[in-house]
Design a protein around this ligand. Structure first.
Ligand SMILES: *[C@@H]1O[C@H](CO)[C@@H](O)[C@H](O)[C@H]1NC(C)=O
Ligand SMILES: *[C@@H]1O[C@H](CO)[C@@H](O)[C@H](O)[C@H]1NC(C)=O
Ligand SMILES: *[C@@H]1O[C@H](CO)[C@@H](O)[C@H](O)[C@H]1NC(C)=O
Ligand SMILES: *[C@@H]1O[C@H](CO)[C@@H](O)[C@H](O)[C@H]1NC(C)=O
Ligand SMILES: *[C@@H]1O[C@H](CO)[C@@H](O)[C@H](O)[C@H]1NC(C)=O
Ligand SMILES: *[C@@H]1O[C@H](CO)[C@@H](O)[C@H](O)[C@H]1NC(C)=O
Ligand SMILES: *[C@@H]1O[C@H](CO)[C@@H](O)[C@H](O)[C@H]1NC(C)=O
Length: 677
C-alpha cells in the first residue's frame, strides 16, 4: 500500500568514471522518500529501494542503495581511498511529538543490509548484529530520537557509526559559524539540510558537516573521527541510505552526489520539490499564492519600518542640529582625540581611589595607563549635572586642545559619557610645583636654579597665551598647584578649566569671578572682569611664592607676615628684600636674580591693574633684556599698597590723582615702552 518511494522529478543523474578506474562518482539531482516498497520510480537513476518489513506497519523503514559497487581500495594495498559525498535531506513530520527515529548514510559490503530492523536500529542493524565487526558497515546517522539503551546524547544528533549504533563520535545537530560559534539546528523541523561526509586517506580522517541548504560548507566540521577504515572496508562497497521514519514522519533525500578520490559535485537546488510539510528555507511559506501574499505582507512591513526609521532619523537630526552646531568647531578639529569610555575606565582601573592624583578646578584627576599604547595619562573627571559644567568643558577643550607650547600641559583628548566629561592630559610624574615648594623634606627642597627656570617657563607659557596665540587666552587660575613639573624639571602650566577665550582687541567679558583665594586680583572683586591683567597679578604672587617658598596667605605666623606681598614689601622697605628669600635655601641663590624676581613679583601684583607690566615686558626683565627702573620701590610704594590690604591710608591716597589709569601711563609708559623690541 505504501508507495513510499517517489521519484517525481529527476533533473539529472550522471554516473561518470575517469581514466583511473577508482576515480568514479555520481550525481543524483532528483528526490525520493526513504522507507517503502516500490523502486519503480528509482529505476532510471541506478538506485534501488527495499522496504523493511515491520511490526504491523507502525514503523516505516527502508533502504535505498546505489546499484553499482564502488571501489574503495586496491586489492594489493590496505589504505582506503579518499572519498567525498554530500546530500540534502528533510524530515517532515505530521505530528511533532512523533518525528521518527532517524536516517543514516551507509557504506555497506552488500547492496542492501540483510536482517536490518527499524526503530532504534535505523534500518542498519538488528539486535544481534549491532556492534559486530563482521558487519563492515560505516554509517553517518542523523538521529532524531534518544535511545538510552545505546547511550544516545539527545534526540537531535549526528554520529559516526562503525559497525555499531553506539557512535564512535557524535555531536548535537548544528554547525560552527565563521566565528567558530556553535549554532543548533533542528533535524526534524521539516527544513532541508545539507550534509557533507568526507574521508581523507592521508590523515585517515572522516569528517561530517551539516548546514542549511544554499549555504557554503562550514569551515569547521561538526564531527570528526580519526580512524583507519581499511579493516572495515572491502575492496568494493555499496553506498546508500537507511531510514526508520515511523508512521508520522517522512524522510526525503533531495539530492545526492558522490565522488571517489575527489570533491563531490555541488548539488544545485534551484527549486524545492512540492512536498507537503517541507519548509522552503528561503521563505518558509506555503505554496504559490500564499507565498506571494506573505511576500507582499513582508515587503510592505519592511517598507513601513524603513519609512518609520527615516522619519525618526529626520526628527533626530533636527533635534540634534542645534547641539551639533554648538560643538562643530571643536568636534571637527578634535574628533580624532575622542577616547572611548572603556579605554579610560581600563586605564584608570575603574577610576579607583588609589589612582586619584588630586582634585582640580572642576573635578577629580586620576592617573592612568592607556591600554595597548601604555601611555601614561592624567584623566580629569568632571560631572556636569548643570549646564555650567558643559560650558566650561567646551571652553576647556576648545581652548586647550588647540594650544601647543612646550610649557603647557598637553590635552590629549576627551570623552563624554552621560553626565560626565573626561579630559585626558599628558601625565606629569613629578607632580605640581606646590609639592616641590611645600611638601618635600627640607634637604631635597627646590634649588634656586630650578626655581628661576620654572619662573621663566611659566612666563613663557603666559606670553604664548596672552600675546602669541591667535586669540588672547586668559588663564584665570595661575597658582603653584597648576604649575606641573615634567621629567626634565621643566614647568608646564596646566588646568585651563577656567580659561576664557577673548578675541584680540575685544574687551573680555566674564560672567563670574573665578580663581583661587590669595591669587585673585583685588580689582576683579569690584569690576567682576578677568583679563590679562588679572593673570599678571596671580603670576606676580606666584613669583613671590617661588622665591620665598611660602604661600600667599599664611595664617599661622606673626601678623606682619600673614600676607606675602605685604611682608616682601616690608622687607624691601627695611632695606633688604632678600630677607624674604626662602630660608631653606641656606643662602644658596643668585642675589641679583632673587632681587629681580621679588621686585618683579611686587610690580606684577600691584593692586592697580594698569600699573602692572605686560607679560612681554616681564619676559624681557627676566631675560635681562631690559632693566627695572632704579626708583621702583618708591614707585610701587606710591601706588598705595595699604589700599590693597584693606587699610587704605587717606593721607597717602590723597596724594594721588583719582584717575589711576592716567597715573599708571604717566609713570610706567616710559620704562615699559623703552623695553619694547
Ligand atoms: C547507470 O550506471 C551505468 C554504469 O555506470 C551507466 O552507464 C548509466 O548511464 C547509469 N544510468 C543512469 C541513469 O545514470
Ligand atoms: C596495486 O594494484 C593497482 C591496480 O589494482 C596497480 O595499479 C598498482 O601498481 C598496484 N600497486 C602495488 C604496490 O602493487
Ligand atoms: C500518527 O500515526 C498514527 C498511526 O499511523 C495515526 O493514527 C495518527 O493519526 C498519526 N498522527 C498524526 C498527527 O498524523
Ligand atoms: C541480524 O542480521 C544478520 C545479518 O547482519 C542476520 O544474519 C540475522 O539473522 C539477523 N538477526 C535477526 C534477529 O534479525
Ligand atoms: C569528535 O569530533 C570532534 C569534533 O570534530 C573532535 O574534536 C573530537 O576529537 C572527535 N572525537 C574523537 C574521539 O575522534
Ligand atoms: C622628577 O622626575 C625625574 C624623572 O622621572 C626623577 O628622576 C626625579 O626623581 C623626580 N623628582 C622628584 C622630586 O620627584
Ligand atoms: C624646614 O625648614 C623650615 C624653615 O627653615 C624649618 O622651620 C623647619 O623646621 C624645617 N623642617 C625640618 C623637618 O627640618
Amino acid at each position: 500500500m505504501s508507495i513510499t518511494i517517489f521519484m517525481l522529478c529527476l533533473y539529472l543523474n550522471i554516473a561518470y568514471s575517469d581514466k583511473n578506474m577508482s576515480d568514479v562518482g555520481f550525481m543524483f539531482g532528483g528526490f525520493f522518500k526513504l522507507g517503502g516498497a516500490s523502486d519503480q520510480e528509482l529505476k532510471n537513476s541506478n538506485m534501488s529501494a527495499q522496504e523493511i518489513h515491520t511490526d504491523g506497519g507502525l514503523s516505516e523503514a527502508g533502504q535505498v542503495f546505489y546499484n553499482l559497487p564502488l571501489q574503495f581500495k586496491n586489492s594489493n594495498t590496505t589504505s582506503v581511498f579518499s572519498f567525498s559525498t554530500t546530500f540534502i535531506f528533510a524530515v517532515v513530520t505530521t505530528d511533532p511529538r512523533f518525528h521518527g527515529h532517524g536516517l543514516a548514510f551507509a557504506i555497506s559490503p552488500t547492496r542492501f543490509i540483510p536482517g536490518a530492523q527499524p526503530n532504534q536500529y535505523l534500518g542498519l542493524f538488528n539486535s544481534t548484529s549491532d556492534g559486530q565487526s563482521s558487519n563492515h558497515i560505516v554509517a553517518v546517522e542523523l538521529d532524531t530520537d534518544q535511545d538510552f539503551e545505546i547511550s544516545d546524547i539527545d534526540d537531535n544528533h549526528l554520529g559516526i557509526d562503525i559497525n555499531s549504533l553506539k557512535s564512535a563520535n557524535r555531536s548535537s545537530a548544528g554547525y560552527y559559524n565563521d566565528r567558530g560559534v556553535f549554532r543548533r539546528i533542528d533535524l526534524s523541523s521539516g527544513e532541508p539540510f545539507q550534509v557533507w561526509v568526507e574521508y581523507n586517506s592521508t590523515n585517515q580522517k572522516l569528517s561530517v558537516t551539516i548546514h542549511r541548504i544554499n549555504m557554503p560548507k562550514p569551515e569547521t566540521p561538526l564531527v570528526t573521527l580519526k580512524r583507519d577504515l581499511s579493516s572495515c572496508f572491502s575492496e568494493f562497497m555499496y553506498v546508500g541510505f537507511t531510514s526508520s521514519s515511523g508512521s508520522n514522519s517522512s524522510h526525503y533525500i533531495l539530492g545526492w552526489s558522490f565522488r571517489m578520490n575527489g570533491q563531490a559535485q555541488e548539488i544545485h537546488l534551484s527549486r524545492l520539490p512540492d512536498i507537503p510539510g517541507l519548509l522552503d528555507p528561503n521563505d518558509m511559506g506555503g505554496g504559490g499564492r500564499v507565498h506571494k501574499k506573505i511576500l507582499i505582507a513582508i515587503l510592505s512591513l519592511v517598507g513601513a519600518v524603513i519609512f518609520l526609521i527615516l522619519i525618526y532619523g529626520v526628527v533626530m537630526i533636527v533635534r540634534r542640529r542645534k547641539f551639533i552646531q554648538v560643538l562643530e568647531d571643536w568636534q571637527v578639529l578634535y574628533g580624532p582625540h575622542r577616547f572611548t569610555y572603556k579605554d579610560l575606565f581600563i586605564a584608570t582601573k575603574g577610576f579607583r581611589e588609589g589612582q586619584l592624583l588630586g582634585r582640580g578646578g572642576f573635578g577629580r584627576v586620576y592617573k592612568g595607563i592607556l591600554p595597548f599604547s601604555n601611555v601614561q595619562i592624567a584623566v580629569k573627571r568632571i560631572s556636569h549635572d548643570s549646564k555650567q559644567g558643559m560650558k566650561e568643558f567646551v571652553a576647556e577643550i576648545s581652548t586647550i586642545g588647540r594650544l601647543r607650547h612646550p610649557n603647557l600641559v598637553r590635552l590629549l583628548g576627551y570623552c563624554r559619557r552621560r553626565k560626565e566629561l573626561f579630559l585626558v592630559y599628558d601625565y606629569m610624574p613629578n607632580g605640581s610645583l606646590d609639592k616641590f615648594l611645600y611638601r618635600l623634606p627640607n634637604n631635597s627642597i627646590l634649588n634656586w636654579k630650578h626655581r628661576f627656570k620654572i619662573i621663566k617657563d611659566v612666563a613663557s607659557a603666559l606670553l604664548y597665551l596672552h600675546q602669541q596665540w591667535v586669540q588672547v587666552v586668559v588663564h584665570r587660575d595661575i597658582k603653584s598647584a597648576n604649575v606641573l613639573i615634567d621629567n626634565d624639571m621643566n614647568a608646564r602650566l596646566g588646568d585651563f578649566g577656567l580659561a576664557k577665550l577673548c578675541d584680540h582687541g575685544n574687551d573680555p567679558q566674564t560672567s563670574r569671578v573665578a580663581g583661587t583665594p590669595g591669587y585673585i586680583d583685588p580689582e576683579i572683586v569690584h569690576s567682576g572682569k578677568s583679563n590679562t591683567g588679572t593673570d599678571i597679578y596671580s603670576f606676580g604672587v606666584l613669583l613671590l611664592e617661588i622665591a620665598c617658598g611660602r604661600r600667599p596667605v599664611e595664617t599661622q605666623t606673626s601678623p606682619e607676615k600673614v600676607l606675602l606681598i605685604e611682608w616682601v614689601l616690608d622687607c624691601w622697605d627695611k632695606g633688604d628684600i632678600c630677607e624674604a628669600v626662602d630660608s631653606r635655601l641656606g643662602g644658596e641663590y643668585v642675589v641679583d636674580e632673587a632681587k629681580l624676581v621679588l621686585t618683579l613679583g611686587l610690580l606684577c601684583s600691584h593692586p592697580i591693574a594698569s600699573a602692572r607690566p605686560t607679560i612681554s615686558s616681564v619676559v624681557q626683565f627676566l631675560d635681562g633684556d631690559s632693566q627695572l627702573p632704579d626708583n621702583l620701590l618708591d614707585l610701587i610704594k606710591s601706588r598705595n599698597f595699604g589700599g590693597w590690604s584693606g587699610q587704605a591710608s587717606s593721607s597717602l591716597s590723597s596724594n594721588f590723582p583719582t584717575d589711576q589709569t592716567s597715573i599708571a601711563s604717566l609713570t610706567f609708559t616710559e620704562p615699559f615702552a623703552s623695553s619694547g623690541r
